[in-house]
Design a protein around this ligand. Sequence first.
Ligand code: BG6
Length: 490
Amino acid sequence: MMFPKNFYWGGATAANQCEGAWNVNGKGMTDSDITTAGSFDTLRAKTYQLENGDVIEVPMFQSKPENAKGYVKSDRYYPSHNAVDFYNRYKEDIALFAEMGFTMYRMSIAWSRIFPKGIEEEPNKEGLEFYRNVFLELKKYNIEPLVTLWHFDTPIYLEEELGGWSNREVIKHFDRYAKTVFEEYKGLVKYWLTFNEINNQLMFVEFAKDMPKEIISKRFQELHNQFVASSHAVKLAHEISEDYKVGCMINGITPYPLTPNPDDVLAAQKSFQRNIYYCGDVQVRGHYPAFAQRLWDQFGVELDFTEQDTIDLKEGTVEYFSFSYYMTMCVTAKEDVEKASGNFSFGAVNPHLEYSEWGWAIDPTGLRYFLNEVYGRYEVPLMVVENGLGQDDVLEEDGSVHDEYRIDYFREHIKAMDEAIQDGVDLIAYTSWGCIDIISAGTGEMKKRYGFIYVDLDNEGNGTMDRYRKDSFYWYKKVIESNGQDLDSL
Ligand code: BG6
């Protein structure tokens, strides 16, 4: 077994999926707070009020109607409002993480807790205080925080009044937010991530094939503006503390060619370039890759790109590459193939793999493949900061949860990481996704559970919110204790 001595083991969450307290102590509203619950076959919806007073529901991935304002309906359930109440229960939850032996906890700061609208000159003291307390609690147990600045939660005011990330003005508001938290948490945090799954913007383009060209152009511009904001954050972090280390975060859906047909192989290569390397190259290498121009031409994209941006991207490169890994997808030049449905997996069904109940391909070997590919290109330390199996669990009368399927899933992925390390990959951390059950980002469900810790809450928001240790909790504790060697004990 090859895990290095100082390898970080832990788990990951995001503010809007676990904290709750959506409008408490000065927190501003975000998109999540107007997003209803959905299910595997019903898309989540966002609720808006139009200028004429009508209240409408728009499917999650569609754009906001012009001049519409986020609106909370009294007869709809919004999972982010209470989520799993981490805001009030963080001490109990962190104690459980510590009991498992976590050495790292990935979490995000809700920007709107610090700057409720995003435009304020002064931060919200109560927001700063909350995260300070969380970091102090982690420190008590020697758990290193890994903090994401943006996990899909731009303050809604910036979306509605400034048009969101397509407006360059948002960059300066993000800069102020980043500077504030970097100054505030010096000595408490060392590892930061800028934008969660920044490449989702491009995945959307492939996912929604009939997206109008102007929306596609907008997506590219939003992404560019986030790259610039990310580079500013990296520079600021290093100016503020020499201890700070900043990484990028990419959605690691890994493309395979469906067949050895050269057209499929080329299509898979293009998909890797567009979905992974386009973002990785800008954030790690500091400039757009050679293939970018052809992509822009293909979609008629003309980026608003200043000379200063070129300098910033070059100077604000990240020191490590982090990513989520859930699945691979098969890419083919053919149209008439059976499609897999999970996440952004717009690819064809892979006959060699099993799929979860939510249609996500299960492929530990793909993780080894991805680690090798990405390390080969960038040669910077890698972190797997999301990975896991979303599955409904049964809470038994005695409070136990027998989730051997989750243990099997993790065992195989950990073995794959071990192999990758033996292949020469510099992997430094593993934080599994949703280490405690949280709200699913995609469906808004509670029953799509990822955790080692069960939370008593259902899809409609009913339950005590009590926490229970699953079998995987005891298993992961042994994994961490043995630094990834003991993968078979409970
Ligand atoms: C990642 C996101 O895409 O996948 C998380 O960063 C998300 O926020 C995770 O929760 C799992 O997706 P889902 O839809 O099962 O919650």
